[in-house]
Design a protein around this ligand. Structure first.
Ligand SMILES: Cc1cc2nc3c(=O)[nH]c(=O)nc-3n(C[C@H](O)[C@H](O)[C@H](O)COP(=O)(O)OP(=O)(O)OC[C@H]3O[C@@H](n4cnc5c(N)ncnc54)[C@H](O)[C@@H]3O)c2cc1C
Length: 347
């Protein structure tokens, strides 16, 4: 999947914009899926994206009778805000406003979020009371809110008729500076493209080969884990595979990787098992005084069970870790999604 950037836009513009790859696939339907979503609007496509991203469910079909983003989402612009009075609403919409603020970066698609401020005008003394109450409630919930007088509004928006002769005379207004607009159909397209891209690495058989805690980053802004450093990642392709080359961090390497054999997704799952083991027990499952000794231990010795080191941990963790650390790739989880599902099920 091509990443959009200033350089890619410029490059395509200079070549007449005629070589853009498809932004998402339109494949032939399969006999079955893990989930089928009816409707390719903002909600349907966002669901497909978060199913893949947060729940590891990637075999998902989105069925659309018209065109993606052509429903209500197809209105050109939508207003986004979190200017609500009740606590539950305020927190819910504040969560979504924060999603909007970083959505273009996350999806690598310009949804044209513009935090130009959302101003609700008031026209009666009772409206002033309600707007001030709402503004106070927002501020108590940590959300930006400001009550503007008629004069402040007139100075800010000179084209607005703030005179007493206006059809609905303006008495003031409640402003949320971080509120704004987004281009609505672009949101659907951004989710469509990003949901499709999540399948990309998997479909193209990319193996990371150096999964370890130092390459797993926690992004506190998005509350997500990210895998970094694809420096030695490789494509599994029988025609291009070269055996006999050992790359990676020895303590996290699987038996087949240490032997310089062909690697696949199961190799990364082994390294993930080592990382999980270290996270749970504070120590590595396989240790050796020398590289040769470590290689022997990884290839032949069983690891100590997690619960024998930390008796307060639940027994089911042993099953998950043991399966991830199986010596033979065929005995490990069939996919990262299956391992995630096992952890989630048991938790
Ligand atoms: C005039 C107006 C103004 C609005 N203003 C705002 C606003 O300012 N801020 C805001 O947050 N929200 C606003 N909304 C609400 C917001 O637009 C909708 O909540 C949102 O777009 C709904 O998204 P959706 O994905 O659920 O539906 P849609 O975008 O309508 O998508 C549904 C899709 O399903 C497809 N479909 C339907 N039936 C089938 C079928 N049987 N098989 C296959 N496909 C099917 C349709 O073709 C369509 O593409 C507004 C709505 C309207 C109408």
């Amino acid at each position: 999947m091509q990443r959009y950037s200033l350089f890619s836009l410029l490059g395509h513009a200079l070549r007449g914009d005629d070589r853009w790859p498809r932004a998402w696939r339109a494949p032939e339907p399969k006999k079955s899926y893990d989930a089928v979503i009816i409707g390719g609007g903002g909600h349907g496509l966002a669901t497909a994206y978060y199913l893949a991203k947060q729940h590891g469910i990637r075999d998902v079909a989105v069925l659309e009778k018209g065109w993606l983003g052509g429903g209500n989402t197809g209105r050109n612009t939508t207003i986004v805000r979190s200017n609500y009075h009740l606590d539950a609403n305020a927190h819910f919409y504040e969560f979504s406003l924060k999603l909007w603020e970083r959505l273009s970066q996350e999806l690598n698609f310009n949804v044209m979020y513009s935090a130009r401020g959302v101003l609700n005008l008031v026209h009666t003394p009772a409206d002033i009371d309600a707007a001030m109450r709402r503004g106070n409630a927002m501020r108590l919930n940590g959300i930006d809110a400001k009550f503007l007088s008629r004069d402040e509004i007139a100075a800010w928006i000179p084209r607005l008729d703030c005179s007493p002769n206006a059809r609905f005379p303006v008495l003031g207004g409640l402003l949320q500076p971080r509120g704004g607009t987004v281009r609505h159909d672009a949101v659907a397209w951004g989710y469509a493209r990003a949901a499709d891209a999540l399948e990309y690495a998997h479909r193209r058989n990319v193996v990371h080969r150096d999964i370890k805690p130092a390459n797993i980053m926690y992004d506190s802004l998005s509350n997500n884990l990210k895998i970094t450093d694809f420096g030695i990642a490789k494509l599994i392709d029988a025609n291009r595979t070269r055996t006999g080359i050992v790359l990676g961090t020895p303590a996290f390497m699987s038996p087949e990787q240490l032997e310089g054999k062909n690697v696949n997704g199961h190799t990364d799952l082994f390294a993930l098992g080592v990382s999980l083991y270290q996270l749970l027990t504070g120590q590595l499952p396989f240790r050796g005084a020398s590289m040769t000794n470590l290689m022997f231990v990884i290839a032949n010795e069983p690891h100590q069970s997690v619960t024998s080191l930390r008796s307060e941990l639940p027994k089911w963790l042993d099953e998950v870790v043991d399966r991830a650390l199986a010596k033979s790739p065929a005995d490990r989880f069939e996919s990262a999604a299956a391992m995630a599902a096992a952890l989630r099920r048991a938790a």
